[in-house]
Design a protein around this ligand. Structure first.
Ligand code: HEC
Ligand code: HEC
Length: 267
């Protein structure tokens, strides 16, 4: 997996140069609504002529250069999907990247000048996108590994105090409003890398960070198993988060009660 991630990091650097070159122009219109919008020349969805200036779609062109049209995910499996994820979840991730609780420099650079209320608006834009989900890309995985992933996902491991993933992410793994994301439609490497980041304190969420606690109770083999199992499942529509408070969580999650900017209010 390390080799894969390093290779992807290399590609990212290349991508970054084009994204950074256009970033200030694409994101800046929030500050100055008369600035002309520059869009990514290498992405047909955002090529000049298809975007109306000063629409949100134009403002987030620097984002969709990596995250794909409508935020439906990048082509190579590492740039995660944004479309349809809960607004409060996406918003908190933007704060985390901006403020250094999640580390990915190209995004930190883009987000640094943006105020909370605008990040909440960007999160709302991507949460409202309904792009189709591609079929799962199933890699090699033994039936033993997949079965272990299934059991951990659905039942956890009470002997080791590992809660079931469905206890928070919902019985259909479609997430829980307002801020717990679904776990389907994510690439295997992405799932493994995120849990690995929590285990190594490189990804943090609002305190108490329940997902960090869960991640630290998992062994590397558990992580490989849940990543293989979850990424093998198709997304069946309607794929929407369960309503807030419909589950009693096994641990307290600070992200579920995190304050969001008031509509229209400056923050
Ligand atoms: C250079 C490529 C690139 C650009 C440009 C970029 N992103 Fe990202 N984004 C990534 C990568 C890679 C990750 C996953 C990082 C990690 O491993 O945590 C990510 C993660 C995210 C996440 C977290 C998703 C999740 O499910 O937790 C959000 C939200 C996000 N990006 C939004 C944005 C927005 C909004 C913009 C534009 C302002 C943007 N990104 C620009 C590459 C990019
Ligand atoms: C106690 C509740 C809880 C349990 C149990 C739980 N999670 Fe989570 N999970 C969360 C929360 C809350 C978040 C969002 C954290 C944030 O804001 O970054 C999250 C986020 C994630 C993410 C990041 C998704 C993305 O798009 O980046 C992954 C992957 C994940 N969980 C996997 C799992 C797996 C696998 C299990 C079972 C072994 C599990 N979770 C069990 C609460 C939980």
């Amino acid at each position: 997996m390390r080799a894969v991630l390093l290779a992807l990091a290399g590609q990212c650097a290349v991508f970054m140069q084009s994204a950074a070159a256009q970033s200030s122009a694409a994101i800046a219109p929030v500050m100055s609504s008369t600035t002309p919008v520059t869009v990514a020349a290498n992405d047909p969805a955002t090529s000049p002529g298809t975007l109306r200036p000063n629409t949100m779609a134009a403002r987030v062109a620097a984002c969709t250069a990596c995250h794909g049209e409508q935020g439906r995910a990048g082509a190579d499996g590492y740039y995660p999907r944004l479309a349809g994820k809960p607004q409060d979840y996406l918003y908190q991730q933007l704060l985390h990247f901006r403020d250094g609780d999640r580390i990915y420099r190209p995004m930190t650079h883009l987000l640094a000048p943006l105020p909370d209320a605008y990040l909440y608006e960007i999160a709302g834009y991507f949460a409202a996108q309904h792009a189709p989900y591609p079929p799962p890309a199933r890699g090699p995985a033994s039936s033993t590994l997949l079965e272990r992933g299934r059991v951990l996902t659905q039942q956890g491991d009470p002997a080791r105090d590992v809660p079931a993933c469905v206890a928070c992410h919902g019985a259909k793994l479609s997430g829980l409003s307002p801020a717990i994301p679904g776990l389907l439609g994510l690439p295997r490497d992405y799932i493994g890398a995120q849990i690995g980041s929590w285990r190594g304190d490189l990804r943090r969420a609002a305190a108490p960070d329940c997902m960090a606690e869960v991640s630290k109770r998992l062994t590397p083999e558990d992580v490989a198993a849940v990543a293989a199992w979850l990424s093998s499942l198709p997304v069946t529509e309607p794929y929407v988060p369960e309503t807030a408070d419909s589950l009693t969580l096994p641990l307290v999650c600070g992200s579920q009660t995190y304050p969001v900017p008031v509509a229209g209010g400056a923050k």
